[in-house]
Ligand binder design. Structure first.
Ligand code: NDP
Length: 419
């Protein structure tokens, strides 16, 4: 297993191994996939399917999709399968009858799955529900491929510190952060000037504000390049996803907001860049396929043979770039504001966005109201909230709950408000 390299990045202890620490990988690595039935889970299982001799599956988890979870557990001979919905335990047991797979249900079973001894854990539960399981993997010093943004956005204040203290190794699985992870290996902290996270711009990149305001769910779900889960696809359309990624990068790599730039790059071929003091800019390129960053995390510190298409730049022809438009996409501006406010504001940003996206999917608010609800919730919290530093998962979850309740309370007036 890759060693849990605890490094110091600037003044902040970091669990992201910024220099390749080529510890010998054991012949067969045990792996656990949290959120195995989702979009990231699917890409991860696909990679494992292609390298069965190198990986053994310890545990797999899902929220309520018993059928898909049981199918994967059977296919990979998982030792443990956990379903978050406690009412589905008997269905899971029935579906896995005759196998050696142990079954569990409820939040505690998802945490148990993460705590079981696997060398490598993919943290791909969606939403704030992913925090406690990811912490369970971190606390036992595992290598954790982190796809779940909410761990950092809601709890970045202490998540990375706790990972570093436990000797866990955080491998950034999100494509932009994985790109930065690879590019950062070219220099030292003192030589770094800034990182650049690219954004496709989403389906509304060229739309007028009035059209973005009225965009339908169907239009928001048409991402030009990436195939992803529903929530993250809507976040990409509002550029809230890029905002979450700016926050994620800040916590992962101990960067100030001024050291993180966003660049719109509609082709999604360059995923991230790092500028160093000599003005060299290191970039990571690849097709928009999540199996590429996940393969990097799975193989780390080595590289495995990935199944993704090879990059053909001659065929692509042109790579283009634009500055982000903070006025048409206020969600991005709000992310920088939350990061500058600190101490729970990013937790509020995320929680309010989750409430807003759910309301948009349910047809209760217009697309343009998503950012307005997030801004109103953040402003209320800045005025009235308890802004003590977050030092535990319970602190983060408590701020998350307060923000969700506030966002739900503000929802009717935001829904009514004309633009
Ligand atoms: P999906 O919605 O496709 O999958 C989510 C997974 O988590 C499913 O296995 C789901 O189970 C499970 N799950 C959902 N809620 C709970 C819960 N309360 N308790 C336990 N398990 C739960 O999401 P994605 O795969 O798209 O995204 C996962 C995470 O990765 C998110 O944080 C996202 O932001 C991040 N990410 C995703 C990218 C992508 O390309 N998709 C790119 C970069 C980051 P079930 O199937 O039963 O519902």
């Amino acid at each position: 297993m890759a060693s849990g390299a605890v490094l110091w990045f600037g003044d902040v202890m970091s669990a992201v191994p910024l220099r390749n620490n080529k510890a010998a990988a054991s012949a067969v690595r045990s792996v656990t996939v949290l959120g195995a039935t989702g979009s990231i889970g699917d890409s991860t299982m696909d990679l494992l399917r292609g390298a069965r001799d190198r990986y053994r599956v310890e545990a797999l988890t899902a929220n309520s999709n018993v059928e898909a979870l049981a199918k994967l557990a059977r296919e990979f001979g998982a030792r443990f399968a956990a379903i978050a919905d406690p009412t589905k335990l008997s269905a899971l047991k029935d579906a896995l009858a005759g196998t050696r797979t142990e079954c569990g249900a409820g939040e505690s079973a998802i945490i148990e799955a993460a705590a079981r001894p696997a060398d490598w854990v993919m943290a791909a539960v969606s939403g704030a529900a992913g925090l406690k399981p990811a912490l369970a993997a971190v606390d036992r010093g595992a290598s954790v491929a982190l796809a779940n943004k909410e761990c950092l956005v809601c709890a970045g204040d202490f998540f990375m510190e706790r990972a570093a203290k436990a000797g866990a190794c955080i491998l950034p699985a999100d494509s932009e952060h994985n790109a930065l992870f690879q590019a950062l290996a070219s220099g030292d902290r003192a030589e770094l000037v800034r990182v650049i996270i690219t954004a496709s711009g989403g389906p509304f990149r060229t739309w007028a504000p009035a059209d973005i305001e009225q965009a339908t769910l169907e239009q928001a779900l048409k991402h030009p390049n990436w195939s992803m889960g529903q929530k993250i696809t809507i976040d990409s359309a509002s550029m809230m996803n890029k905002g979450l990624e700016v926050i994620e990068a800040s916590y992962l790599f101990a960067l100030t907001p001024d050291e993180i730039d966003v660049l719109v790059h509609p082709q999604s071929i360059i995923h991230g860049m790092v500028e160093f003091s000599d003005r060299s800019v290191m970039a990571q390129l690849g097709a928009p396929d999540m199996r590429i960053p996940i393969a990097h995390c799975l193989g780390w510190p080595d590289r495995i043979v990935g199944p993704s298409a090879r990059l053909d730049l001659a065929k692509i022809g042109q790579l283009t770039f634009e500055a982000p438009d903070f006025a048409r996409f206020p969600g991005l501006r709000l992310a920088y504001e939350a990061l500058r406010t600190g101490k729970g504001a990013t937790t509020v940003y995320n929680a309010a966005n989750e409430v807003a996206v759910a309301a948009f999917i349910a047809g209760k608010i217009k697309f343009g109201a998503i950012a307005r609800l997030v801004e109103a919730t953040m402003n209320d919290w800045i005025r009235t909230g308890n802004r003590a530093p977050l030092v535990s998962a319970d602190d983060a979850i408590s701020v998350d709950h307060v923000a969700r309740n506030k966002a739900a309370a503000l929802l009717p007036q935001i829904a009514l408000k004309a633009t």
